[in-house]
Ligand binder design. Structure first.
Ligand code: GAL
Length: 710
């Protein structure tokens, strides 16, 4: 009796509410949602309204709910939600934010918290997306804009179905400080949440479903995939124009010029108005840039200066606290969206500005509003912090959408649901190897990341960084503080120019990959773990591997965090300053050297010493890589296409084309050109180009095949 009373008191004080039968509801093909407890009404998907691409999801293979439902458990205790998801012994877990040092997340404990990355994969980063992908081919999203704690295969429950072996540390050498755990556990500081499960069957399919659920990936304007340069912060319009002319004089490609804080009359906090001294004629500047095929991108941060026109009208819709003495607009309020839209249109879009770099919406606790801040919408500071950068993305992206013009820009924060927004994440943490790991991780969580190039300590570092950025979602030098130029290291100027030219040449291939991101949800840059057939448990294949000497097993001991795929056909294995050789893990099938076309290997680990001029790139057997001639900017003229073909296998590639700048493609105004390679009756490979009859071709002139493999 006494015990019962104690139990009763415990239950009533702490309100333990088990959620016995979680009711899963199909919300889109291969996607299920369940609500446990009382979810917040403000979440990722209510913060930004995106529409799932149901049509594309319907085309995917039908799948069943991918997890044993009874093994997913939820309990609400003391106003917090405790979640338990099952985990198999061989399962690997990816995602859970934009990590910089680790790709595999099993064994890690994190608090997913929007922040500037501080050097540790502890959950504080620029995209703390509570979404994970399993190597078994499914994904799980927690749709709650909260600081979420995750224990990824670390916590052991007393009544676990698969308990760890009990070992004695005194005598058993196999004793481990981290005993086996069969679950992922999650704590949400809210009395409920929506859980969303994405089927596969492969990990890549689960990622695709996630991206399609978010409205598909973004399709940048073609110029967005060219070469970018950001000028020093206090440059004037004359300096900017001179910079552009210098690029032309050096015959170096340039499609976007970025202006940093000094374009504004005041910054930190911002006016979002041109500085009359440095930029007396913004529209003239914009016109002259456009005439040279160069687009302008403007830096900003969210905090508004009392000295600007926007301050007064927006004041009633700002938070209780200021940041850098600027007011913090409540981007969840329609009034803010409208005022910002009007102001940006009047001062910026109408002058010809092509996009934005939205800084400082991620964190650094001292550089953001504190969690005690009150927002007029009533949303908590925590919820605002988790979603703020996404709401800024939505407001600015919509401005361009209304003009039927695409934009492409930069942002320092993002979160779940934002795949369709045309923004690429960057930061100030300047580690080249970690930048590549972040790019790999971005592919699991529906965001894009650029390993932007700033200064370098040596010409070697400079070239190595330039090589990787040219294979990233946004090829950019950010010279905001030191004024570096591509030719700052004359001893490698030629190599830097070659790689930037290669970037421009690859635009047909890259643009097609982005179209696949938009239409099918397939990320343009991919982790090796998303490559179909990349089996970390592979044993004997083609007589080359065995269980003792298995390249996947060897490689994954150290995770694959320094090589990645661009599209389906290019495997990129960058080198870093000081590195003379490296290992490359080639997945199943034959792989060919991009530059020579020669066979490089087949499902094996290569050790290579490529020399400073080369960033190693390998092409899958049957890889068709459409490239143009090197151009300095993206114009309207049709360019000749050199179609490079590698290997021996028959194959085809659906080259995508549209006007490169509007949203008309969403209404069907695009063309897929089939490039195919087949053997003729003599067994010789022949290339063919097939344009659907009556279809329009915007960008491409003559097609010439180039069979690379000797
Ligand atoms: C930083 C940003 C840099 C640069 C700088 C200008 O916050 O990460 O890329 O824009 O601000 O003040």
């Amino acid at each position: 009796m006494k015990n019962l009373l104690v139990l009763f008191l415990f239950l009533s004080c702490n309100s333990v509410i088990a959620q016995p039968n979680i009711a899963w509801k199909s919300v889109a093909p291969g996607i299920w949602s369940a609500k446990v407890g009382k979810p917040d009404s403000f979440n990722f998907y209510t913060a930004i309204q995106t529409k799932p691409r149901i049509g594309a999801l319907q085309l995917m293979e039908a799948v069943n709910f991918p997890l044993p439902k009874n093994d997913i458990k939820a309990t609400i205790i003391d106003g917090k939600t405790y979640l338990h998801f099952p985990l198999d012994s061989s399962e690997k877990i990816f995602g859970l934010g934009l990590n910089f040092k680790t790709v595999e997340q099993r064994g890690r404990i994190m608090r997913l918290h929007m922040d500037h990355y501080g050097g540790q994969d502890n959950g504080r980063n620029h995209a703390p997306v509570p979404f994970y992908i399993s190597s078994k081919g499914y994904g799980v999203l927690i749709n709650a804009a909260r600081y979420i704690d995750v224990w990824v295969g670390t916590a052991v429950e007393k009544d676990s179905k698969h308990p760890p072996v009990i070992r004695d540390r005194n005598t058993d050498r196999k004793w481990s400080a981290s005993p086996y755990s069969d679950n992922i556990e999650i704590l949400i500081p809210a009395a409920g949440a929506e859980l969303i499960v994405f089927g596969g069957p492969t990990p890549l399919d689960a990622v695709r479903r996630y991206n399609l659920f978010n409205g598909g990936g973004c399709l940048p304007p073609k110029w967005g995939l060219g070469f970018w340069h950001r000028t020093p912060t206090l440059y004037s319009e004359t300096d900017v124009m001179n910079e552009v002319k210098e690029y032309a004089a050096h015959q170096f490609p340039l499609t976007v010029i970025g202006l940093e804080p000094g374009w504004q009359s005041k910054a930190y906090p911002c006016t979002y108005e041109w500085d009359k001294g440095r930029f007396p004629h913004p529209e003239v500047l914009m016109d002259s840039l456009k005439n040279r095929g160069v687009y302008a991108n403007l830096w900003m941060n969210p905090f508004i200066s009392p000295d600007g026109e926007l301050y007064k009208p927006i004041l009633p819709y700002t938070a209780s606290h200021t940041v850098w003495t600027g007011v913090v607009p409540d981007y969840s309020m329609p009034q803010v969206k409208k005022l910002v839209a009007e102001h940006f249109t009047k001062y910026l879009l109408s002058k010809g500005v092509s996009g934005f770099k939205m800084d400082e919406n991620d964190g650094y606790d001292n550089w953001l509003w504190p969690d005690v801040t009150r927002f007029p919408s009533g949303n908590s500071a925590e919820q605002m912090r988790q979603t703020y950068a996404m709401m800024m993305q939505q407001v600015t992206a919509n401005l361009y959408r209304q003009k039927n013009t695409r934009t492409y820009g930069l942002v320092r924060g993002s979160n779940a649901g934002a795949s369709s927004f045309p923004y690429v994440i960057y930061n100030d943490y300047y580690s080249h190897p970690d930048f590549i790991t972040a790019m790999i991780n971005s592919s699991f969580i529906g965001v894009l990341w650029t390993p932007e190039v700033r200064g370098s300590a040596s010409s070697e570092e400079w070239l190595r960084r330039m090589q990787t950025v040219c294979f990233s979602p946004l090829a950019m030098i950010n010279a905001w503080s030191d004024g570096t130029k591509p030719w700052s290291f004359p001893e490698v100027e030629k190599q830097v120019q070659d790689i930037a030219n290669l970037r421009m040449q690859l635009i047909p291939y890259l643009y097609t990959n982005y179209a696949d991101y938009a239409f099918y949800g397939t990320p343009p840059i991919k982790a090796m773990n998303l490559v179909p057939g990349f089996n970390v448990n592979a044993t004997l294949v083609n007589g080359k591997l065995n269980s003792v000497d298995n390249p996947y097993a060897k490689a994954t001991k150290h995770e694959i965090k320094d090589q990645f795929m661009v599209g389906d056909d290019l495997l990129v294995a960058p080198l870093f300053a000081g590195q003379k050789s490296r290992k490359v893990v080639l997945p199943k099938g034959k792989w060919y050297d991009f530059y020579t076309g020669k066979l490089a290997g087949e499902e094996e680990v290569l050790t290579i010493e490529p020399g400073l001029d080369i960033i190693p790139v390998y092409v899958r057997d049957g890889g068709i890589i459409p490239m143009t001639s090197p151009v300095l900017s993206i114009g309207k003229e049709k360019l000749p296409v050199e179609i490079r073909y590698y290997g021996k296998k028959e194959s085809s590639f659906q080259l995508y084309d549209d006007d490169g700048e509007s949203f008309d493609y969403e209404k069907g105004k695009f063309t897929r050109i089939t490039l195919s390679v087949k053997k003729d009756i003599a067994g010789v490979l022949q290339g063919a180009v097939s344009i659907p009859s009556g279809a329009r071709v915007w960008s491409y002139g003559d097609f010439n095949w180039h069979f690379m493999t000797p």
